[in-house]
Design a protein. Structure first.
Length: 411
């Protein structure tokens, strides 16, 4: 009886593998790499699209197609005839890109030429080369360097926008920007009144030194750019309150589950970090492979969205766990000074302390990204561990019930 069940499972597994392979018609027509570094050497031409995961793409030669990097960097010193897309990585273009450059997160540096505009979300954008098309950026810092040319519109939403080069788009089309300015700088309405090319750059001196930096959010209400001494920007403060709000929702609606997640991180951080790293590495690779299939692409997109939500929730739970650990550590520290104090067990205080402490550490320039990633990995690992345990517990119960019923049937 056990042999027949095993045979059925093997048969089902083989059928599933064949179905997945059959739904990948273009697997041989597109180069896909998973690894630390993929290099297209000088003089080499790749007449195909190039997709990588968890690695760096270096194009010294020519890629006659699109270049896509998931959780990795893209460096183009040669030529890419198609589009360049990077998710959670750095983009550096010193050569030529015939299509559009799209970057989600990280730092984007354009020193060469781009043929169809730039879309940048998150991080920073610096343009010192030539861009044909619209530059649309949402991030912390957007800079058009001296000597750079944007042959199209410039649209930014940023903490600071610096324009020293030439913007040939329609006058006054730079919208929603946050501009570091002083009272001597002309308002945006003055720039819009000039119809000559490059009026955005000529009317607004966005590099004027300022003693008290301000962010012009709606050209009406200035708010501080930086809150000393932690170099905290307006976006950092906004992110703090958004994270705190999500934490309130999670801890308020799921108090027991939240306490279990935090306890998992505090009691076994090494094992939890291992689960987190495995999830962060394996999940994007699996989604990329699934996305290569025509029928698997919708599942890959849905899985990618679910993974981003899981990462954000994990980051919040990681902060919550840090708060729990700090409150538990206070009595132990005070004990060295012969001060006895009971540990404070309050989930709301733990949440506020964790989000605040991690938020301040993330604002530090040297260790900020490391702390942010580490906390998110711990929270994600705890979630993955609990999900895995629930799966094993559920499946084991199903198998035990099945074995018991089959034994009764045999008797």
């Amino acid at each position: 009886m056990h042999g027949s069940r095993l045979s059925r499972r093997l048969l089902i597994g083989m059928v599933m593998v064949l179905v997945v392979l059959a739904t990948i018609p273009g697997l041989a027509s597109a180069k896909t790499e998973v690894g630390p570094t993929v290099v297209v050497e000088r003089g080499e031409t790749l007449a195909d699209d190039l997709t990588t995961a968890a690695g760096t793409v270096i194009v010294l030669g020519t890629v006659d197609g699109d270049v896509t990097a998931l959780a990795g960097d893209v460096v183009v010193s040669g030529e890419v005839t198609g589009d360049v897309t990077a998710v959670a990585g750095r983009v550096e273009v010193t050569g030529q890109v015939g299509g559009k450059v799209t970057a989600f997160g990280g730092v984007t540096t354009i020193e060469g030429t781009v043929g169809d505009g730039i879309d940048s979300v998150g991080g920073a954008l610096s343009v010192s080369g030539e861009v044909a098309g619209t530059v649309d950026a949402i991030g912390v810092l957007v800079t058009i360097e001296e000597g750079a040319t944007v042959d199209g519109r410039l649209k930014t939403t940023a903490v600071r926008t610096n324009v020293n080069g030439t913007v040939l788009g329609e006058a006054g089309t730079t919208t929603n920007q946050s501009v570091a300015r002083t009272a001597d700088v002309l308002p945006l309405s003055h720039a819009a009144s000039d119809s000559s090319p490059g009026s955005v750059a000529s009317f607004l001196d966005w590099n004027t030194p300022v003693r008290t930096p301000t962010v012009l959010v709606s050209t009406i209400a200035p708010v501080p750019v930086q809150i000393l001494p932690f170099n905290i920007s307006f976006l950092d403060a906004y992110g703090f309150f958004v994270n705190l709000l999500l934490g309130v929702v999670l801890v308020g609606l799921l108090p027991r589950f939240s306490s279990t997640v935090a306890s998992q991180v505090v009691r076994d951080p090494v094992r939890t970090a291992g689960f987190g790293l495995a999830t962060v590495i394996v999940a994007p690779i699996a989604l990329v492979l699934l996305g290569l299939s025509l029928f698997g692409l919708p599942l890959a997109l849905a899985g990618g969205a679910l993974f981003l939500v899981l990462w954000w929730v994990g980051a919040i739970y990681g902060r919550f766990a840090v708060g729990v650990w700090l409150l538990e550590a206070v009595p132990r520290v005070l004990a060295y000074a012969d001060i006895e104090r009971e540990p404070l067990e309050n989930r709301w205080v733990s949440l506020i302390v964790g989000v605040l402490v991690v938020g301040l550490l993330v604002a530090l320039p040297a260790i900020g990204p490391v702390v942010d990633t580490g906390v998110a990995v711990l929270g994600t690992g705890a979630l993955a561990q609990l999900v895995y345990r629930a799966y094993v517990r559920t499946e084991r119960g199903v198998y035990e019930d099945t074995d018991a019923s089959e034994s009764l049937a045999d008797d």
